[in-house]
Design a protein around this ligand. Structure first.
Ligand code: UGA
Length: 445
């Protein structure tokens, strides 16, 4: 099947390459020339394991191309995927719908015949219906444009796998739709043959499925982080607690990783946009708990800074702090709303001499926070440190040898912001180890 994918950011570039991998003829479209040039040259402008190989393979096979031309896109296919960003608006919790609207405004007047646009971006409920009305007002006489919604659930770091073999495929269609479901079944024939659950529903529900999933994940993380606050005071161990409650199948251990909390380009802005939309709908009370989810999450960053200050005898000035990690999570170079970078920034602003190292996110971190100290290697970051802060759980950091690392630092104090280190091993190597959600006294005993 021929299709375009409009918007070639994280979601769009991955979707375009993976649809070509499934055997389709795909044209990726973006207004950003630099991005298009880079993708056309086989270079993925962000770090995503496995994606460069899929991109190159399909460019070479002639199934994948990129353009900045909407005219080309309109002529290329009758099926279009919309994957542009919906960032948080400046000065508001709501999502900025400028880019979604712009796609409809640019594309629809150029279309001829029968077209289906599948929205993939995360949007406030009601958007698809609104975009359908906009498309109807812009379509040429005799041209029909159907808007359907096909939310994306991919995780950064697993984007290829999540796109090619997703947990589920969700499709929202308007009442009386005859075409979208059949086309979607053809597009996703391979995963459907492999048994991927396929749920067809109305447009509003499909939009809500996506934000509800992210709101649930954020809530689960903040739940365990709230318990973590109690553990710290009461002398409990949040990791042992999470293991124990996670054994209950109804609860499950996934997303009960206590620590610095969630960040990235999705969870934080999605829960805020969800609250904003609920307010617009007159249902603000329904989601006030998400305000608390957000607050718990942000408090973890403050707690990390406070804890670091505490181990530096109450004063960060002049203390050398090695911050391991800048990406919002491992296997990503994304620093959007990154807890790690936020902590590094706060420590630096409070007077610490910060040395940040991340295996992939250095360039992005330097762009966002150019004034921080950056090291070229983990060893360089650790050399002479008064305290080490583990902020992103990259495998390289989880596997650090406490004996070898002990030779590099000035003082053997480490704060595990992601609860991934074994306190016993580190203590045996002469370290004082602190961790979020574990009693300080016990951890340093
Ligand atoms: C998230 C969702 O997991 C995807 O399903 C969704 O498609 C995506 O947002 C999106 O809306 O585009 P992603 O942002 O890639 O994916 O990251 P996650 O793996 O969900 O992690 C989010 C944050 O939660 C990270 O900062 C991570 O460190 C943190 N986290 C995760 C925890 O603090 N504890 C955990 O137990 C799990």
């Amino acid at each position: 099947m021929r299709m375009t994918v409009i918007g070639t950011g994280y979601l769009g570039a991955t979707h375009a390459a993976c649809m070509a991998e499934l055997g389709h003829d795909v044209l990726g479209v973006d207004v950003d020339e630099a991005k298009i040039d880079s993708l056309q040259a086989g270079e993925v402008p962000f770090f995503e394991p496995g994606l460069p190989e899929v991109l190159t393979r399909n460019l070479e096979a002639g199934r994948l191309g990129f353009t900045t031309s909407y005219e080309q896109a309109a002529a290329f296919a009758h099926v279009h995927f919309l994957g542009v960003g919906t960032p948080q608006q400046r000065g508001s919790y709501a999502a900025d719908m400028t880019y979604v609207r712009a796609v409809i405004e640019n594309l629809v007047p150029l279309l001829e015949g029968e077209h289906v646009i599948f929205g993939k971006s995360t949007v406030p409920v009601g958007t698809a219906e609104e975009m359908q009305a906009l498309a109807d007002s812009l379509a040429r006489p005799g041209t029909s444009v159907e808007i359907a919604w096909n939310p994306e659930f991919l995780r950064e770091g697993y984007a290829v796998k999540d796109t090619i073999s997703p947990d589920r495929i969700v499709l929202g269609v308007r009442e009386g739709s005859t075409r979208a479901e059949g086309i979607a079944r053809e597009v996703y024939a391979t995963p459907l043959e492999q048994g991927t659950p396929f749920r067809v529903m109305d447009l509003a529900t499909s939009e809500l499925v996506k934000v509800s999933a992210n709101a649930f994940l954020a809530t689960k993380i903040s739940f365990i982080n709230a318990i973590s606050e109690i553990c710290e005071i009461a002398g409990g161990d949040v990791t042992a607690l999470a293991d124990a409650i996670g054994l209950d199948e109804r609860i499950g251990r996934k997303f009960l990783g206590a620590g610095l909390g969630f960040g990235g380009g999705c969870l934080p802005k999605d829960i805020r946009a969800f609250m904003a939309r609920a307010g617009e709908l007159g249902a603000d009370q329904a989601l006030t708990f998400l305000r608390e989810v957000d607050a718990i999450n942000m408090r973890r960053r403050d707690r990390m800074v406070q804890l670091t200050k505490q181990v530096c005898d109450g004063n960060l000035l002049g203390h050398r702090v090695a911050v391991l990690g800048a990406a919002f999570k491992p296997n990503s170079d994304d620093v959007r709303d990154s807890p790690a970078l936020s902590v590094a920034g706060s420590l630096s602003l409070a007077g610490a001499d910060v040395s940040v190292y991340d295996p992939q996110a250095m360039d992005n971190a330097k762009k966002v926070f150019p004034t921080l100290g950056y090291a070229d290697s983990v060893e360089e970051a650790l050399r002479g440190a008064d305290v080490v802060v583990l902020a992103t759980e990259w495998r390289q950091f989880k596997e650090l040898d406490p004996v070898a690392v002990g030779e590099l630092v000035d003082t053997k104090i480490i704060i595990d912001g992601r609860n991934v280190l074994d306190p016993v091993t580190w203590r045996d190597a002469g370290w004082t180890i602190h961790a979020l959600g574990r009693s300080l006294d016990k951890a340093s005993a």
